[in-house]
Design a protein around this ligand. Structure first.
Ligand SMILES: C[S@@+](CC[C@H](N)C(=O)[O-])C[C@H]1O[C@@H](n2cnc3c(N)ncnc32)[C@H](O)[C@@H]1O
Length: 214
């Protein structure tokens, strides 16, 4: 591999690495939807985490569910590289990460109705009123989630921010095609990096889950 890289660098050739070399999905085009059948060794139910950060949750959760596939979406390269390192260290074959903006990913890159669950944990709260428009979970988000999900698919939400939690619940309550359900205890017990930080400061996790009903 090293010799191949040195050879390619010397002659400015593109280096094509196989999926096994990296868990990061190379986006050759942001105009074409992903071909999910080529991403994973086995075709299995797919779950997506939006804003997966350092991927502690995703790596732990994917390790518990080898018969499901997972994609972590993250806009920061350094954090995505942690997903890659952690995932490969534990030999995860069912997990990939992609560097892209979450809404764009749902709208343009993910094949419609391909996902059984969306996980969105501690999305940036944008606490100032004038910045609320940057929040990922807004009144348009339930329709985006519906586009991504298969029938009966579920959106799992966590945050530390009460104002954002209220906005999340208002958005999903206004969408007649979702109903609120309980978060399974076995899912709730797998914490995220930010969750551990907040909880250690005495800040509790606010959780909600919504299932697609039509
Ligand atoms: C507060 S951190 C939470 C990370 C992780 N979910 C956790 O709970 O530990 C939010 C993460 O979402 C990423 N992020 C924020 N907005 C995003 C967007 N629109 N698309 C993709 N990633 C985003 C940030 O880079 C950051 O890593």
């Amino acid at each position: 591999m090293l010799a191949m890289l040195q050879f390619a660098n010397r002659f400015s050739l593109p280096v094509i690495t196989s999926a096994a070399d990296s868990l990061i999905i190379p986006l050759h085009s942001i105009l074409d939807r992903l071909d999910l059948s080529k991403l994973f060794p086995a075709e299995q139910p797919l779950e997506v985490e939006l804003g997966c950060g350092d991927a502690s949750f995703l790596v732990a959760y994917a390790g518990c569910h080898p018969r499901r596939n997972f994609i972590g979406v993250e806009r920061l390269l350094g954090r995505l590289q942690k997903l890659d390192r952690k995932g490969r260290r534990v030999g995860l074959a069912n997990t990939r990460g992609v560097r892209i903006e979450s809404s764009y990913f749902l709208q343009y890159l993910l094949p419609p109705h391909s996902v059984t669950a969306l996980h969105i944990y501690f999305p940036d709260p944008w606490p100032k009123l004038k910045h609320h428009r940057h929040r990922l979970i807004n009144e348009s988000f339930p329709s985006l989630a519906r586009l991504a999900l298969l029938p009966g698919g579920i959106v799992y939400l966590r945050t530390d921010d009460l104002d954002y939690f209220t906005q999340m619940n208002d958005a999903f309550s206004a969408a007649a095609f979702f109903e609120r359900i309980e978060t399974p205890a076995r899912l709730a017990e797998i914490s995220t990096d930010f969750e551990r930080d907040f909880n250690s400061q005495g800040i509790p996790t606010l959780r909600a889950a919504y299932a697609l009903i039509d």
